[in-house]
Write a protein that binds this ligand. Structure first.
Ligand SMILES: NC(=O)c1ccc[n+]([C@@H]2O[C@H](COP(=O)([O-])OP(=O)(O)OC[C@H]3O[C@@H](n4cnc5c(N)ncnc54)[C@H](OP(=O)(O)O)[C@@H]3O)[C@@H](O)[C@H]2O)c1
Length: 218
């Protein structure tokens, strides 16, 4: 993928992991938070080097030509309001969120699902953006250069804009993934978000977190 500017909305494990991945591939990356002085984002920028910077959600949204959405589900609408939907108009928004409800313990339930999805909700909140669901089906430790004995896992994506999905495919290949599996329009997120629950359930039951999905073919 040609070097570009990346805006990361989120300072958690996913935002920091993907932010570092993009910077390591030669992209300039700005991480956004509610507060421009956010300590995690400041430390991440310092540790990541010259290509990394930190600011508010709006700063990252304005800066990025490609955007990563990596916020806690319950804060996502608020984060996007702060980012400014107009700052995201026309841009590829890689939606890594999962609409999780932890109120009844582990594994979490879907706060929204089966006849709707977080991906569709994000696309409704950002009607002019080109939202692509991606990275939600695997733990952050495996997002960059995933290494497994059986070869790299598969990533499913979903989104309405074919060119945006092509861009996300380029991102995935640059991060060591094979060509993504396409689950169709953004409503495909209805299938991908439950996969997160399955991924977490397996981890919680086995106490291991070194797993990822792969489609076998013959
Ligand atoms: N952790 C994983 O391995 C993993 C894997 C796949 C998908 N996901 C999904 O990716 C997303 C990010 O996960 P994460 O573990 O990296 O981080 P997280 O702890 O779920 O989210 C952190 C981000 O959410 C923002 N946030 C929290 N409450 C907010 C509010 N009320 N208003 C606005 N923003 C708010 C925080 O803002 P501040 O920076 O201002 O504090 C921070 O940037 C989640 O939806 C998660 O389900 C996680």
């Amino acid at each position: 993928m040609t070097p570009t500017k990346i805006g990361i909305l989120g300072t958690g494990d996913v935002g920091r992991t993907l932010g570092s991945g993009f910077a390591s591939r030669g992209h300039d990356v700005k991480m956004g938070a509610r507060d421009a002085r956010n300590e995690k984002a400041q430390k991440w920028a310092k540790d990541t080097g010259a290509r990394a910077s930190a600011g508010t959600f709006a700063d990252a949204a304005k800066f990025g030509e490609v955007i990563v959405l990596a916020t806690l589900w319950t804060g996502t609408k608020s984060a996007l309001d702060m980012a400014g939907p107009d700052n995201l108009a026309g841009k590829v928004v890689i939606d890594a969120t999962n609409p999780l409800d932890f109120s009844q313990g582990m594994p979490p339930r879907l706060a929204l699902g089966h006849t709707d999805s977080g991906g569709e909700q994000v696309q409704r909140w950002l009607p002019k953006a080109r939202v692509v669901k991606c990275f939600n089906i695997v733990g952050n430790a495996h997002m960059i250069d995933p290494k497994f004995p059986g070869g790299p896992p598969d990533m499913w994506i979903a989104g309405n804009d074919e060119a945006a999905k092509k861009t996300v495919g380029e991102v995935l290949r640059s991060f060591g993934w094979p060509d993504p599996l396409d689950a169709g329009g953004i409503e495909g997120a209805r299938l991908l978000e439950p996969m997160c629950i399955l991924w977490v359930l397996h981890g919680a039951r086995t106490g291991t977190w070194g797993h990822a999905f792969k489609l076998l073919r013959k």
